[in-house]
Design a protein around this ligand. Structure first.
Ligand SMILES: NC(=O)c1ccc[n+]([C@@H]2O[C@H](COP(=O)([O-])OP(=O)(O)OC[C@H]3O[C@@H](n4cnc5c(N)ncnc54)[C@H](O)[C@@H]3O)[C@@H](O)[C@H]2O)c1
Ligand SMILES: O=C(O)[C@H](O)COP(=O)(O)O
Length: 532
């Protein structure tokens, strides 16, 4: 059945065309994002949800979205999506990190000029026939210092434009390297220094717990008298009531505000103050940017729903469309290795190490680790996938590590999973053969070459005569046909293992019959998802 996508915010029609071109069914309901109850009632039908900032993807919505696989944000900010809730449910959240950055930077510069020269008020006065030439005295921006808080994609474009306008640019961004600052021609400073030196301040950080309220009364007190503030990022970055006070006292001479604490902002204490220029979250509102983000998100979501390619996901490593088919059998391998250990382990897991040998070390190992964790956790929590597995492992306090090394054996490459519990360390290795199917090649350090079947039985035993006969006889007695039988041992007469690939599930009550024989130390029924 074709995947089904809901577009619940106003996106360019290009998005709808692209989904359809990919054979995806799409419902375009640009007002639905604002109708929480209606959205809740229909979301269960969809595999994908394409949004902008009006749709709030809350935990409640995610819990109702029983088929949802991907949320696509046609734009940058994802603060309207509960990402931990989506990740726990295995839903990928992706955005378009560059599609509207130039447009938004241009809007910040437009507001900067508008505030410096009071253009909106002068415009309204002139239209009213007042000709108040002496009322509107502006300030030049040439030679002034612009303080940029958050110098990522948009902040960098603002910096370049401002430098072109002969401003001096100082930037505060804990993740901005000295080299990048130098390349941009900006001076990297601490926040308090930025406050002390800037004539204009512009905000370009995401809204997070750390950045919320970054401009409050205490911050404003550290700024120059007559500073002008621009916010084209997110409303919550500024404590609006503190800004209102500072505008009224004259400490802040003007503000250009595109984003508000509560949106849509139909009432706000900033409204109607002199020299406050407001726009209704128009930062990304150009035809070019809207075309870009609609096209990009529709391509990204289609690639994921149809080919399993992951681009610009917030909660999952990227897998390119070219890489996806090559990686797929190794994702299956990593999952079955995880599933093997997950099914034989009963204690709580403390540590997981995934070793990538040879050619596998050059692959997308982050994605493969996620797949191994998904396989490992699934026997306990069925509703887990590559998106939710890393977060679940973290929540359970499992230490996960990844090791890469050059080819060390006969295989071009293989993956070895080692899992530690309080009482035991278990390891299993596997590879993918030219038929594209996973093989177990080592269990407990014992070499073997076992195909992975849907129904299997794994036993540990002493290397004594009669084990093959015993397993064969018990299976025959209960009408279970053996498709493949693999044995391995560490040395003659030492520890041995057997792995049987069966045409039907091994009856649960028959496990006791195997153990009662005395020569089998442990026996476990295993089930693997071997679907392509
Ligand atoms: N008004 C609009 O329509 C509009 C349009 C696009 C984006 N936005 C907003 O702009 C924000 C920035 O977009 P971007 O593409 O530049 O994102 P980005 O991720 O490229 O850059 C954000 C920068 O903020 C920095 N940062 C993070 N925490 C910080 C902190 N505590 N102090 C200082 N800097 C910090 C990061 O290091 C990063 O460099 C988005 O998160 C979005 O909310 C608004
Ligand atoms: O984060 C963004 O991309 C902007 O805030 C744009 O939001 P919008 O798509 O709702 O205009």
């Amino acid at each position: 059945m074709a995947p089904r996508v809901l577009v619940s915010d106003k996106l360019s029609p290009t998005a709808v065309e692209i989904f359809r071109d990919h054979g995806i069914e799409v419902d375009y309901e640009p007002e639905l994002g604002k109708d929480k109850e209606k959205l809740l009632s229909v979301i269960g039908k969809y595999d994908g949800l394409a949004i902008r900032s009006a749709t709030k993807v809350t935990e409640k919505l995610i819990n109702a979205a029983t088929n949802l696989k991907v949320v696509g944000r046609a734009g940058i900010g994802v603060d309207n999506v509960d990402i931990p809730a989506a990740s726990r449910r295995g839903i990928i959240v992706m955005n378009t990190p560059f599609g509207n950055s130039i447009t938004t930077a241009e809007h910040a510069i437009a507001l900067l000029f508008a505030v410096a020269r009071q253009i909106p008020e002068a415009n309204a006065s002139t239209h009213a026939g007042k000709w108040e030439k002496n009322r509107f005295m502006g300030v030049e921006i040439t030679g002034k210092t612009l303080g940029i808080i958050g110098c990522g994609n948009i902040g960098s474009v603002v910096a370049m434009r401002a430098i072109g306008l002969k401003m001096h640019v100082v930037a505060y961004d804990p993740f901005l390297s000295e080299a990048r600052a130098e390349e941009l021609g900006v001076e990297k400073v601490e926040l308090d220094e930025l406050f002390a030196r800037a004539d204009f301040i512009t905000l370009h950080t995401p809204l997070t717990d750390k950045t919320r309220g970054i401009i409050d009364a205490a911050a404003i007190a550290k700024m120059k008298d007559g500073v002008r503030i621009i916010n084209c990022a997110r409303g919550g970055l500024i404590v609006e009531k503190d800004l209102v006070e500072a505008l009224k006292s004259g400490k802040v001479a003007g503000a250009g505000i595109d984003v508000f604490e509560v949106e849509p902002a139909t009432e706000n204490p900033l409204f109607n103050l002199p020299n406050v220029v407001c726009t209704p979250h128009l930062g990304a509102a150009t035809t070019e940017a809207q075309e870009n983000v609609a096209l990009q998100i529709a391509e990204q979501m289609s690639d994921y729903l149809i080919k399993g390619a992951v681009t610009n996901a917030i909660n999952m490593p990227s897998i390119s469309a070219e890489e996806a088919p090559r990686l797929k059998p190794f994702i299956k391998l990593a999952e079955v290795l995880g599933a093997f250990v997950g099914q034989v382990t009963e204690d709580s897991i403390r540590e997981v190490e995934v070793l990538f040998d040879g050619s596998t070390a050059a692959m997308n190992t982050r994605a493969l680790v996620s797949a191994a964790l998904a396989g490992l956790i699934r026997p306990q929590v069925s509703d887990v996938n590559m998106v939710s597995a890393p977060i679940m492992a973290k929540e359970r306090g499992i230490i996960v590590s990844e090791v890469k090394r050059d080819k060390s054996g006969v295989f071009d490459g293989y993956i070895k999973l080692t899992v530690k519990t309080a009482s035991k360390t278990r390891s299993i290795a596997g590879t993918v053969f030219s038929d594209g199917k996973p093989r177990f090649i080592q269990i407990k350090g014992i070499n073997l070459d076992a195909e992975v079947g849907e129904h299997m039985v794994y036993t540990t035993n002493y290397d004594t005569p009669g084990i093959i006969g015993l397993l064969g006889t018990v299976c025959a007695k209960h009408g279970v046909n053996i498709a493949n039988f693999q044995l391995g041992r560490n040395r003659p007469g030492g520890d041995a293992i057997a792995l049987l690939y069966l045409d039907a599930p091994f009856p649960e009550n028959v496990i006791q019959e195997l153990l009662a024989s005395g020569s089998i130390l442990s026996a476990k029924r295993l089930h693997f998802d071997v679907s392509a």
